[in-house]
Design a protein around this ligand. Sequence first.
Ligand SMILES: NC(=O)C1=CN([C@@H]2O[C@H](COP(=O)(O)OP(=O)(O)OC[C@H]3O[C@@H](n4cnc5c(N)ncnc54)[C@H](O)[C@@H]3O)[C@@H](O)[C@H]2O)C=CC1
Ligand SMILES: N[C@@H](CC=O)C(=O)O
Ligand code: NA
Length: 430
Amino acid sequence: MMRTRPLKVALLGCGVVGSEVARIMTTHADDLTARIGAPVELAGVAVRRPSKVRAGIDPALVTTDATALVKRGDIDVVVEVIGGIEPARTLITTAFEHGASVVSANKALIAQDGAALHATAEQHGRDLYYEAAVAGAIPLIRPLRESLAGDKVNRVLGIVNGTTNFILDKMDSTGAGYQEALDEATALGYAEADPTADVEGFDAAAKAAILAGIAFHTRVRLDDVYREGMADVTAADFASAKRMGCTIKLLAICERAADGGSVTACVHPAMIPLSHPLASVREAYNAVFVEAEAAGQLMFYGPGAGGAPTASAVLGDLVAVCRNKLGEATGPGDSAYTQLPVSPMGEVVTRYHISLDVADKPGVLAQVATVFAEHGVSIDTVRQTGKDGEASLVVVTHRAPDAALSGTVEALRRLDTVRGVASIMRVEGE
Ligand SMILES: NC(=O)C1=CN([C@@H]2O[C@H](COP(=O)(O)OP(=O)(O)OC[C@H]3O[C@@H](n4cnc5c(N)ncnc54)[C@H](O)[C@@H]3O)[C@@H](O)[C@H]2O)C=CC1
Ligand SMILES: N[C@@H](CC=O)C(=O)O
Ligand code: NA
C-alpha cells in the first residue's frame, strides 16, 4: 500500500554529483514514489555558496548550516556528497544520532572510517550505503555485499578511477599531454576536488581498501594499500608498451593468498596486452573483474565518474534505504568478521617490464642476465636495440615476488655497464 507521508531527504553538497541527485529526484519523482511505495521529498539542501542559482531547486530549501539540517529530527535519509573527511564524518555521525540513514559517495571517508561509521549506524538502527563511492554508476558494492554473499571471492582486479583512465586513454590514443588531459577530465566533472587524489592513486587506493574489505570480509585500511599513481607515466612508456602489443592502465588489485591466510591490495600502473578486455576500457569508464570460487570470473563495466552516472548509484541506494525504512528493516551492515593480515607489496607476485640503457659491448647481456638469476627472477623475453656503442635492453620477466624484482632493479642500477633504468612497469593480464 502506498504511504502518503513523504520520506524526507537532506542533501549535503550540491556540486557535480549533488546537483544531479537533486535533478533526478525532481524529474523522476513519480517513478521513485512508485518504486519505493512512498513519495520522497527533498527537505533541505546544504551548500557552501547559497547565492548560486541552482536550476530546479527551491531556494527556500537551501541552507549553509548542514549541521542544523541533519539535526532537524524529521530527516529520513541524509545524502552526503560533500566529499573529504571533515565535516562529512561529523555530519554523517550526527545524522545517525538524529534518526536518519545515510547514503554517501565519499570513498575517502569510507576507506578511512567505514568501520566506525558502520558501528554508529548499527548502534542507531540505521543504514549506511555507498554504492557511488566505488566505480561510479557500476553496481559493484551491492553485488559484493549481497549477490556474492554466499560465495568466496578470491580476487578483485580492475580500473576504478575514471580520471586517470581518461588521462591514460588520451595520452595513448591521441598523444595528448598529461596536463591537457587532466584539465579536460576536471572540466567534465570526473576529477576529485584535489585531483592529486586521482593522479597519485589515493582515490583508487581508497576504493581498493573498500573493495578488499567487502570482498574478503576483513579490515583493510587505506594505509594497507600499496599505492603508485600515474603521474610518472610517460609517452616513452606508452611507446614501449605499444612495441609489446600492450597499453598502460592504472589498476587496483586485491587478492586473497592461495592459503587463504592473508590478503594483498595494491594500486599501480601496469602494462596489459591489447587483447585483454581492460585494454579497451576508454575515457572515464571503469571495469572490474571479480573472481569467486563458485561463480568464476565476473566482469563489471560502466561509467566510473561524472555527475549523472554517480547520481544513478546514489539514487539506487536512496531507493534501497527508503524501502528498508518503510519495511522497518536495515540492509547489510559491516561484513568484516575476520582479521586477515594484509601482506606487504614485496610479497605480491607480479611481472616486470624493465627498459635499460646499457653499453653495447660483449658480455653485457650475460652480466644483466646474471643479476636476474641471482635474485631468483626468471626472464621471459629480452629485446636489444643499439646504436653508437650504446644499447637499449628491454627485459620482461616471468612472475616473481615484487621484492625480488625491485632487488633486481637496484642491483642493475649498480652495474657500470647499465647507464640508466629508463622505465620499470609491472605487467598484468597474461
Ligand atoms: N564527481 C564524480 O565523478 C564522483 C564523485 N564522487 C564523490 O562524490 C562526492 C562529491 O563529489 P563532487 O560532486 O564531484 O564534488 P564537488 O566539489 O563538485 O561538490 C561538492 C560540493 O560540496 C560543497 N560543500 C563543501 N563543503 C560543504 C559544507 N560544509 N556544507 C555544504 N556543502 C559543502 C561544495 O561547495 C561543492 O559544491 C565526493 O566524495 C566524491 O569523491 C564519487 C564518485 C564519482
Ligand atoms: N575522481 C573519481 C570520481 C569517481 O569516483 C574518478 O575519477 O574515478
Ligand atoms: Na558503484
